[in-house]
Design a protein around this ligand. Structure first.
Ligand SMILES: Cc1cc2nc3c(=O)[nH]c(=O)nc-3n(C[C@H](O)[C@H](O)[C@H](O)COP(=O)(O)O)c2cc1C
Length: 512
């Protein structure tokens, strides 16, 4: 389906203008070939962004490491094996309760994590760095991390894995202790200086004065541009992106003040052409720096995502990827706005406040519902809107935790209910299914299920399994549109070219 011919990276006949370009290329290549000390190894300044579920694995992380860069396995729902088409085998749940399925999920995640780590370790040939990414908010994340790291120790007292990175939530003191016990660095992913300050006081408090012993690098993930979950807080405006240079400069100051002058920062989010980042190199305001690629890494031959997913990335246009608040973790997330995301927005539009009993404002009883026995009272204006939705088939009202109703079709309501029932507790706490992994809370958030968020398990596991991607959750960075315009991904005949990881790294070294 894809071409094998490597496109020319530079014009063959060199004009004076191109010669200047060549000097620039040589300059940036020279700078980018200087190694950076990350997670105990000297590597080229390129890092593979970890991607759950299964969008990075042992084979492709190992391919990055083999190029003397760092590869990152996704430890969230790691594959325990593959079918004949190369798709990951879905976890064969048999448990009848959520709690039983959650236990199965933890056991398989450990098994999958060990398999992927071993694969990466063997594929790396002892070169580069191997990292594993966990979602802090993933169900049983700490148990999975402990189980994987304990089983990936090497006879010499080291570990196949050099570092743990943690997204969607900040690591705890216990996470730090587990990593230290297993001889593995813990690289925090933060999106603001404030988050690092909090971590140094909490998770890393026992390492004060010697942070570099445990922190192999600090990942700064741009909360406006990075793919996946985003660390936008109430201090930031999601609609007003801030300059990463200024934010990373401030981060470096705080790191230096805390004895981390030699700890590298990994810039993640929005990195495509390295030439755009030339002023970050050899810059004392930034210090040791490497660049993490999440979306661009989807476009390699080793990437486990389907060819359709790769084609989709190449077809994305500016603005197709946007921040949304549909993740059941409560975090913002950045995804391609396909049919699934559009349907989530439509649910929000078909939303009204309601009361169970009539009052001065909620005077009108909703009639004509698929569930005729339900008694909901709404305002006079909303009754008119609801009548129009019911006429279009959206005749199932679903209450939300904010005392509103959303209107969906009978089939959609059934699907949402089924997702709640089949929940395997894949998050520590889920606003869709109300699952909580905390036994003291009797495994419930104690809140009403929120039908305005997506099922992350269905969306992400579904995406890696293939099928109709319009119905799956396609996390992507906001610069994904650059793929379609990048001549690297087309050969002279105009066919799509998907590079190997090796070819990608060579290309990155040119600044393109
Ligand atoms: C499909 C996809 C899945 C991702 N999953 C995770 C994840 O499970 N954990 C995590 O920390 N980051 C995750 N990320 C973020 C990446 O690791 C990376 O930091 C981010 O994509 C960088 O931004 P970029 O896409 O602009 O390169 C994901 C990104 C994508 C595109």
């Amino acid at each position: 389906m894809f071409s094998n011919e490597v496109p020319e990276t530079r014009p063959v006949s060199i004009s004076p203008a191109a010669q200047v370009g060549m000097a620039g290329v040589q300059g940036i290549r020279e700078q980018l070939s200087r190694r950076v000390f990350i997670d105990g190894v000297w590597i080229l300044p390129f890092i593979q962004g970890g991607k759950g579920v299964g969008a990075t694995n042992g084979a492709n992380a190992g391919a990055w490491a083999a190029e003397n860069t760092a590869g990152t396995i996704s430890g969230t729902g790691a594959a325990i094996g593959y079918d004949n088409d190369g798709h990951p085998i879905t976890y064969p749940y048999t448990g009848r309760t959520r709690r039983e399925r959650h236990e199965e999920l933890v056991a398989w995640s450990i098994e999958g994590g060990i398999l992927q780590a071993t694969t990466a370790y063997e594929a790396s040939g002892g070169r580069g760095g191997i990292r594993i990414n966990f979602l802090k908010e993933a169900g049983g994340a700490m148990r999975v991390m402990r189980g994987v790291l304990a089983a990936t120790r090497t006879p010499g007292g080291g570990n196949m894995i050099h570092a743990v990175t943690m997204g969607a939530g900040l690591p705890s003191e216990e996470d730090a202790r587990i990593c230290a016990d297993e001889g593995v660095y813990l690289d925090p992913i933060i999106s603001s200086v404030m988050a690092l300050k909090v971590l140094l006081k909490r998770a890393f408090k026992n390492w004060q004065g010697r942070y570099a012993e445990l922190i192999g690098a600090v990942v700064y993930e741009d909360p406006w541009l990075a793919g996946g979950h985003n660390g936008i807080t109430s201090r930031e405006n999601p609609a007003i992106p801030e300059d990463p240079y200024e934010r990373v400069k401030a981060l470096r100051r705080v790191m230096n003040d805390n004895g981390m002058e030699d700890v590298a920062i990994i810039m993640a989010g929005g990195v495509w052409h390295l030439r755009d980042w030339a002023h970050w190199l050899d810059n004392p305001e930034i210090g040791p720096i490497a660049f993490q690629l999440g979306t661009r890494d989807l476009l390699t031959r080793e990437s486990p995502v389907t060819d359709e997913w790769k084609q989709l990335v190449l077809s994305m246009r500016e603005g197709d990827v946007a921040l949304n608040k549909f993740s059941p973790t409560g975090f913002y997330s950045s995804a391609y706005q396909n049919g699934m995301i559009r349907e989530m927005y439509q649910r929000l539009e078909r939303q009204v406040s309601f009361a169970r009993k009539p009052d001065e404002i909620m005077t009108e009883r909703v009639e004509g519902l698929a569930a005729a026995n339900k008694r909901y009272f709404v305002s006079r204006d909303d009754k008119v809107r609801i009548a129009a939705w019911i006429a279009e088939g959206f005749d199932m009202p679903l209450p939300t935790p904010d005392d509103t109703l959303i209107f969906v079709t009978f089939e959609k309501a059934r699907e949402i209910k089924r997702l709640e029932t089949e929940c395997a507790g894949c998050l520590a706490s889920c606003s869709l299914s109300t699952w909580s992994q905390d036994p003291e809370k009797n495994h419930s958030t104690g809140k009403r299920a929120d039908p305005r968020v997506y099922c992350i398990q269905k969306g992400l596991v579904g995406a890696i399994q293939g099928g109709n991607l319009d119905e799956k959750l396609i996390f992507a960075g906001h610069n994904a549109y650059k793929a379609g315009d990048d001549p690297f991904y087309r050969n002279e005949k105009g066919d799509v070219f998907i590079p190997t990881v090796k070819q990608l790294i060579e290309r990155l070294m040119t600044g393109d």
